[in-house]
Design a protein around this ligand. Structure first.
Ligand code: UDP
Length: 423
């Protein structure tokens, strides 16, 4: 089976930890690698944003195709919308030049879904979509910039018309049904995966030595794309409430585009008297992260919203307990009182309370650590890929059935009119 994965605004091969390079990039690459290993032929389509080859072979059965759409340089995510008609056109050109199409188009994030939808209609094949984040949900989390009405309108149109929707958590599935009118029969919930061979426990002392962290005091860790939605401010406030001052907080992630937020957080830490405790490490290559997770006593995920939250699962795979907000996908990955704690309020007090409990109890930490590692067995990429493959099979069957019934003839979708662009 030939599969096109569409990730228009961000390349799965880009360095992680930047403003637009996080969980979705990991997901698209790892899922594609695993599908390719299972024998699917996979092409990932992304927008060219530098002087890079049009086609790059990533692994047997797996290629990355860079499409010409907009200037060949980084473009703000909000501006990508204007490039989407060219993106879809170039994808169509590439497909024709190869003389063979795809059996399923699988898109990631609403912008890619818009372009993918047009291609899927052109090739007359099913469109499987995964949103990763939803505008309506981000707005309801009441933080960060306000997501525009246009995004939500397109998400709604895409959700109703996609052959199938994959959600990473049952929470996201409920939201799609409630706010977007997605049908139950369309949706499939498949949690994301973790590479449990890469993310495994290492000796804590030697990891701390490697990172130059004081081995005697507790070490806390935050990892992610540095943006407001991630709630690092809540964590710093929580640390200010702790009785002790012998800890180190490592903040991993964030590139030059996060400079303003980083400066804000540094000022907040300094004001709370924690300047010496909080270390901003910057973005770290994905395969070096196990050292950070293993060096830490606790990984904190204080996000206002998280559709899945790979960081929490990676931390648990390394045997590190997690203290996380009780939001989105974290509810189905962190087991409250077993592998960490889930905090129902986005305020510092309850975070401080649970951090105190864990930092004061090495035995409790050890129990949580063992349970955490055991709990991630269910998130192997191979089983994710097998389940996604089953969704492709089902999508093909549904698509053919609908085509026989003439369901597509009557359908008019503004996005299919490529020349018109997005309104
Ligand atoms: N990540 C990384 N290096 C960094 C910061 C983050 O490799 O410096 C990776 C991290 O390991 C995780 C992903 O980026 O796999 C973040 O995914 P998550 O689902 O936690 O958040 P999202 O980016 O989807 O909001």
């Amino acid at each position: 089976m030939r599969i096109a994965q569409v990730s228009a605004h961000t390349s799965p091969l880009a360095p992680l930890g930047g403003r637009e390079t996080g969980g979705m990039n990991v997901y698209v690459l790892e899922l594609s690698r695993e599908l390719a290993r299972l024998g699917y032929e996979v092409d990932i389509f992304t927008r060219r944003d530098g002087d890079l080859p049009r086609v790059e072979r990533v692994a047997p059965n797996l290629r990355l195709v860079r499409l010409d759409a907009g200037p060949p340089e980084p473009v703000e995510k909000e501006e990508i919308v204007a490039c989407l008609p060219d993106f879809a056109r170039d994808m169509r050109r590439f497909t024709h030049s190869e003389g063979r199409g795809y059996d399923v188009i699988h898109s990631h994030y609403w912008q890619s879904a818009w372009a993918a939808r047009a291609i899927a209609r052109h090739l007359r094949v099913p469109h499987v979509v995964m949103f990763h984040t939803l505008g309506e949900v981000k707005n309801r989390a009441r933080i960060s910039e306000h997501e525009p009405a246009r995004r939500i309108r397109h998400e709604r149109a895409i959700a109703r018309r996609a052959t199938a929707i994959i959600t990473a958590s049952s929470h996201e599935r409920q939201l799609l049904a409630r706010y977007y009118g997605a049908r139950e029969a369309q949706m499939h919930t498949i949690p994301c995966g973790v590479d449990i061979n890469l993310f495994r426990p290492h000796d804590q002392r030697s990891c701390r030595r490697q990172l130059g962290v004081d081995p005697s005091g507790p070490v806390l860790l935050w990892v992610g794309r540095l943006e407001k939605l991630k709630g690092v401010d809540i964590l710093i406030q929580a640390l200010a409430e702790l009785d002790r001052r012998d800890f180190t907080l490592l903040v991993v992630g964030g590139d030059e585009r996060a400079a303003d937020l980083k400066a804000e957080l540094q000022a907040q830490a300094a004001e709370a008297g924690l300047a010496a405790n909080v270390r901003f490490v910057g973005a770290v290559p994905h395969d070096e992260l196990p050292v950070y997770y293993s060096a830490a006593d606790v990984c904190v995920v204080p996000s206002y919203y998280e559709s899945f939250g790979l960081v929490a699962v990676e931390a648990m795979a390394c045997g590190t307990p997690v203290v996380a907000s009780r939001v989105g996908g974290l509810v189905s990955t962190v087991i409250d009182g077993v592998t960490g704690y889930l905090i129902p309020w986005r305020c510092p007090g309850p975070f401080a309370e649970k951090l105190e409990v864990l930092l004061h109890n090495p035995e409790l930490r050890a129990n949580f650590s063992a349970a955490a590692r055991r709990s991630v067995e269910r998130f192997r990429w191979e089983s994710v890929a097998l389940r996604v493959g089953a969704v492709y099979d089902q999508a093909l069957a549904d698509y053919r059935a609908r085509e026989v019934e003439g369901g597509f003839g009557a359908e008019v979708y503004e996005a299919a009119v490529l020349a018109g662009g997005l309104r």
